[in-house]
Write a new protein. Structure first.
Lengths: 251, 161
């Protein structure tokens, strides 16, 4: 039971990384300035690297002989367990950076906590990834402040992105029996602990950026159970195209 | 019978595909080398999780050992302890500078927002009067800088700790 729980847990981490990486990759060749084109694809690459390590570990836990490519490319939509936030379309630059900021502010404290996990491989992946994630959060935070406290238009766009994305943020802290099993065994942190840190980061950065947290508490979830938004199918058809067209292909 | 020390010596001839002046020993990605059931195991640790050079390094490393008469070596990828730029050798840092890439300097707290970017000397004219253009450069491990004194645009090997 604990192994099933750990498999699910690691799969969620991998899927979050992979799907967000796919979204960021869509900016390749379309960034507003060359430096940002390169930055977003660099971050995408870090996330793909993290996903590979996580999928390898998930495959090992599952013990069914699947490899990271099979987990990444050959599952159906309802088998992906990423949060809805990461599959949301890029929108404008503000939408992409706010989505990234909400995610980075969640991932950093999560990795920091997982570095202490007695599950050695999970702790090793977290220790490796935490260094990269610090750069990501610095980058997205600085942009949120620059846009929010920038021109009238950048402020409006950043606020519109927050107003739209806010409904997807509470799902980051979703927990179910798998989490509770691992928490009871002392292997992973509680999401309440992560949420406290996320709230602190988000509150201070948005305040600095002169942006407001929406009053509306309407919340969306379902991703962790495999129920996705309409955007997911389109994303997967792009992501999976090569493996579906040329089964078992390798570069 | 070949020894681990000799194998390490051979690996001085394997270069990083992205930064060919650096050997993989200079870069500090080679960890333990040991014999297990008649097979030499070479442990490699990635610089960044998604570094695409790691696969090429593995191919080049095995080809080099084969050339040296060790056909059945294996590469084992390890994540822990996580690689840090502190593992780049002094010789490696000197080679980077000569190649036009500023080697990593000790950076203050990376989490501080809008913090002063690290003071990096221009690898061409050695001026400290440089500025960071972007935190993300041509590869995951580099940031993009420009020298205000001689105008040279250059890569800076980011500090990763």
């Amino acid at each position: 039971m604990q192994e099933t729980a750990l498999f699910e847990y690691v799969l969620r981490l991998s899927d979050d990384s992979l799907i967000l990486a796919q979204r960021l990759g869509e900016w390749c060749g379309h960034g507003p300035i060359l430096e940002e084109d390169i930055a977003l694809t660099n971050i995408s690459l870090d996330l793909i690297g993290q996903a590979i390590s996580l999928y390898d570990f998930a495959a090992e836990l599952e013990g069914k002989g699947r490899n990271h490519d099979q987990l990444a490319y050959l599952r159906y939509e309802n088998e992906y367990k990423n949060v809805l936030l990461v599959e949301q379309p890029n929108g404008d630059f503000a939408m992409t950076l706010l989505r990234q900021f909400f995610f980075d502010a969640f991932r950093l404290p999560l990795y920091e906590a997982l570095m202490q996990s007695p599950v050695a491989q999970l702790a090793a992946i977290a220790a490796k990834s935490v260094k990269e994630t610090r750069y990501h959060l610095k980058h997205s935070s600085e942009w949120v402040i620059r846009m929010g406290d920038g021109t009238e238009e950048s402020h409006e766009r950043a606020q519109a992105a927050i107003d739209h994305l806010w409904r997807y943020t509470s799902e980051l802290f979703y927990e179910d029996t798998h989490d509770h099993t691992l928490q009871a065994a002392g292997q992973v942190p509680t999401m309440a602990a992560i949420q406290t840190k996320w709230n602190a980061t988000v509150t201070s950065i948005l305040q600095e950026a002169t942006l407001e947290i929406p009053k509306n508490n309407w919340k969306f979830d379902g991703g962790r159970e495999g129920r996705h938004s309409e955007h997911m199918g389109y994303l997967l058809s792009d992501l999976q195209y090569m493996q579906r067209a040329y089964p078992n292909m390798e570069w | 019978m070949v020894t681990a020390a000799e194998i390490r010596q051979y690996l001085q001839e394997v270069s990083d595909p992205e930064i060919p002046v650096l050997t993989i020993i200079d870069l500090g990605v080679v960890q333990q080398i040991y014999l297990q059931d008649q097979t030499w195991i070479v442990e490699l640790t990635p610089t960044y999780s998604g570094c695409p050079a790691m696969q090429q390094i593995e191919v080049d490393l095995l080809a080099k050992l084969k050339e040296k008469g060790i056909p059945n070596a294996q590469v084992k990828h390890i994540l822990s302890p996580a690689w840090t730029t502190d593992w780049i050798s002094e010789e490696g840092r000197q080679k980077l500078r000569l190649y036009g890439i500023a080697p990593p300097v000790n950076e203050p707290d990376k989490t501080a927002l809008f913090s002063e970017p690290p003071r990096v000397a221009c690898p061409k004219c050695n001026s400290q009067n440089t500025r960071m253009v972007s935190l993300f450069g041509s590869t995951a491990c580099k940031a993009h800088y420009q020298c205000n004194a001689c105008q040279e645009p250059f890569d800076y090997f980011k500090c990763l700790k």
